[in-house]
Design a protein around this ligand. Sequence first.
Ligand SMILES: [Zn+2]
Ligand SMILES: [Zn+2]
Length: 334
Amino acid sequence: MIRELAKTTVCAALARVRLERWIERGQPVVLGYHRVVDDAALGGLMPGLAVGVRMLEQHLEWIGRRCRFVTLDELDAALAHGACDRPLAAVTFDDGYRDVAVHAWPLLRRKGIPAALFVVTQAAATGVPLAHDRLYRALMRSAALDGDPTRARLATRVLLHAAPPASLFELVEELEAEDGVLDADDRDDGAFPLDYAALARLHEQGMTIGSHTRTHALLVGRDDATLRDELEGARRDLEARLGAPVRHFAYPDGQFDARVVQAVAGAGYALGFTTCHHRDAAHPLLTVPRTMLWQRSSLDALGHFSGAVLSCQAHGALPFLDPCHRQHEGACAA
Ligand SMILES: [Zn+2]
Ligand SMILES: [Zn+2]
């Protein structure tokens, strides 16, 4: 609560001095989301990974009054030519959830706002949800955590970062064996990945499809062959299935260092998107900052949507309240 009050006070003060006039002038605002759900379905979902349709609409309307929404290709062209007369914004979604097609895309099309979806190709091919969703769901059902979303999310994050990938899958399978596998009959089936047929339909309708690796691997510290497979392999998979170039990439969990960015460059991507405001000075277009948003991300201390808080987030003005803990060795600090 004290943190919320501090955030509200700082953002209100910055809004009064018209923050957006002087911070990062000319930098685009790139929004990043994960799941988009019916407002009634928000309870019990992983905090930080879901936004309700009404809140998404509020974000888009607030940003749309200040910026012009563009596609990622238009953003790429604008960044290559330097600053624009009017601030640009782009909307992106990570992980390729079904509920983005159900809840977000119709809203975006109605409003004429372009968007991009960053897809994990193995999930699109197999239809199996991502490891972090399976782990979170299994932990929520475990007796030890008793359906507490905050503790389940914390435990999920700790396990994702601490456990080697192979043992993580073993753990997920053990937990699912006890509590039931996440299957297509699950009530919460928006958590399932979009398959290639659905991705092709979205692509035909104008959504940009980008890469988010083959397996959602955290890339820092992985060997060269794995980086090539996750980066070039995912791009080739998508291009083969969509019959179109795939030019843009988002780092799983926003993790990158100088070596990973170099590998992204080698894999032929035009733009790479992070989840914080750190950049690699050698590859600024491959470390484009994003503002990651969710249901409660832009609320004031009273729990209402606050344009001042969203403005602070969009301009990276809150690192002292929400510092980045990701590894970026060798890449330039924000
Ligand atoms: Zn992701
Ligand atoms: Zn960072």
